[in-house]
Write a protein that binds this ligand. Structure first.
Ligand code: ADP
Ligand code: MG
Length: 481
């Protein structure tokens, strides 16, 4: 039997909300404090204390819901999800179950030049658990409860994704959204943005759903792609060997690029969910929602549309620039410094700047070439002071902190030579030094000369140290040859 397999994927994204305090207590919600210095009596669930919902998390969840075109529950309910784990001192996690605050939304992803709509089943609020610490505890495990009670929004997608690439596109899309909305720092190393990937396979064209596995806590775009691809391969192999996929929770090991079984998959009824009697339902009205809607910032798709219309950029270029808010801001701030040069500015950001940021693994906010420096550089290329090629040299110098654009051009003597007399002398020298090529050129048919002149242009440019104006060089050569 030769079956074509199709993969079916749904994501659960845990996004830590960037509030100052925790979801149900006044303890600080900050990463990196010494262990167990940021968990108060409420986070520990000590007897006699009561949780109080942080209004800021409600506002953030509504913002997210509006951004994904979802329905916002006028009444949502916090529920207890009961399980035992050492990093969960209360013995239950406060989450939302039957009545989540956000449901039935959608986002669009772009993949291979096509747009696909992916359903957002729900997004609910919950508290994070603490952390088990193994390092430095030989033979035992430490517990750090700083993270207990940190606010999370869990975003659950429909099983609408059909490849690892689509899953990554969705993850990137949601990542950009929460950053645009400024509801999360999205920091994946610190665990502010984590992904569980649900994967199953089915014969292509089949309408039903196969048995899924859930791979937990993947914390980078690359690992999500690798984990899903590995899991698809593993399931196909199993099924083709006549065995069955078992519904279970798995763990991705990036060092070995494989997923491993962690535990059998629990069912919702294992958790004995029930409404938390300590917390009243969250009731919000239309005015509240509309006030938040008015405060929504420009979102990536709107920004992209505006970049295309206002600056005449292509879909690709504008898509690159809006992929994160910082890059978009950098671009706009640079263009303000050199109006009319949007395309060259975009090219520098996507080219030299992107490469330099990558090389040093820093974000554009920490770029050593600021937006106004880049604007200054593009201006000097646009007004003919330097060539585009030497611009790269200036860029490197700017990056290395060697001064401002004009200072660097002056100090390194990079000014473009436009003096006809000076270029003329170089042209004559080159003609005199290249007898054979000159004869060839003069004997060639006129339509072949266009190509042959490149050689002479190259020689003159070399003699000028790259500084001669190429257009003038071309013109003078054509005349004198
Ligand atoms: P749980 O909380 O138990 O993991 P949910 O019903 O909330 O269960 O589903 C979690 C995720 O699993 C969703 O993103 C959903 O799209 C995805 N999912 C459900 N069934 C399948 C399946 N057969 N194949 C792939 N993904 C699935
Ligand atoms: Mg799940």
């Amino acid at each position: 039997m030769n079956v074509q397999w199709e993969s079916v994927i749904g994501l659960e994204l845990h996004v830590q909300l960037a509030t100052r305090s925790k979801i149900f207590s006044g303890a600080a919600n900050r990463f990196g404090a010494p262990p167990n210095t940021q968990a108060c009596a409420v986070d520990l669930g000590l007897p006699g204390v009561l949780p109080v919902a942080n209004e800021e998390v409600i506002r953030m969840a509504v913002m997210f819901g509006l951004a994904v075109d979802a329905s916002i529950a006028r009444q949502s309910v916090f529920a207890r999800k009961n399980y035992f784990y050492p990093d969960l001192p209360k013995g239950y996690q406060i989450s939302q179950y039957e009545l989540p605050i956000v449901s039935a939304g959608r986002v669009q992803i772009r993949i291979d030049g096509a747009t696909r709509e992916i359903g957002i089943t729900r997004a609910h609020l919950e508290e994070d658990a603490g952390k088990s610490v193994h390092e430095g505890f030989a033979g035992s495990t430490g517990i750090d409860l700083n993270r207990a009670g940190a606010p999370l929004i869990e975003i659950v997608s429909e099983p609408d994704l059909r490849s690892a690439g689509e899953a990554v596109a969705l993850m990137k899309k949601i990542h950009a959204l929460v950053r645009y909305l400024e509801i999360s720092d999205g920091n994946m190393q610190e665990g502010s943005f984590r992904c569980d990937a649900n994967v199953s396979i089915r014969p292509a064209g089949d309408g039903g759903l196969g048995t899924r596995t859930e791979t937990k806590n993947i914390n980078s775009f690359r690992f999500v792609e690798q984990a899903i691809n590995h899991e698809i391969g593993r399931q196909i192999e199993l099924v083709e060997a006549g065995r069955e996929v078992v519904q279970e929770t798995r763990l991705y090991d990036p060092d070995r690029n494989e997923t491993r079984s962690m535990r059998g998959k629990e069912e919702a009824n294992d958790y004995r969910y029930f409404p938390d009697p300590d917390l009243p339902p969250v009731v919000i009205d239309n005015d509240y929602i509309e006030a938040i809607r008015r405060q929504l910032p420009e979102l990536p798709e709107q920004k992209q549309q505006r970049f295309m219309e206002t600056y005449g950029l292509s879909e690709y270029d504008s898509g690159y620039l809006v992929a994160n808010r910082e890059t978009a801001d950098y671009f706009e701030s640079a263009v303000t410094g050199v109006p009319g040069q949007a395309k060259p500015v975009a090219n520098w950001i996507m080219g030299e700047l992107g490469a330099a940021l990558n090389r040093e693994s820093i974000s554009i906010n920490d770029s050593k070439v600021s937006a106004s420096m880049l604007a200054g550089l593009v201006k000097r290329i646009a007004d003919g002071t330097i060539s585009n090629k030497l611009g790269k040299q200036v860029f490197e110098a700017l990056w290395n902190g060697d001064g401002d654009v004009d200072g660097i051009i002056e100090k390194q003597g990079l000014k473009q030579v436009t003096d006809a007399g000076e270029i003329g002398r170089l042209v004559e020298d080159v003609i005199a030094e290249n007898d054979a090529q000159v004869r060839q050129y003069r004997n060639a048919a006129p339509e072949k000369r266009g190509k042959m002149i490149g050689y002479f242009v190259g020689q003159v440019m070399k003699k000028s140290g790259g500084k001669a104006n190429p257009k003038q060089v071309n013109q003078l050569l054509t005349e004198k040859l």
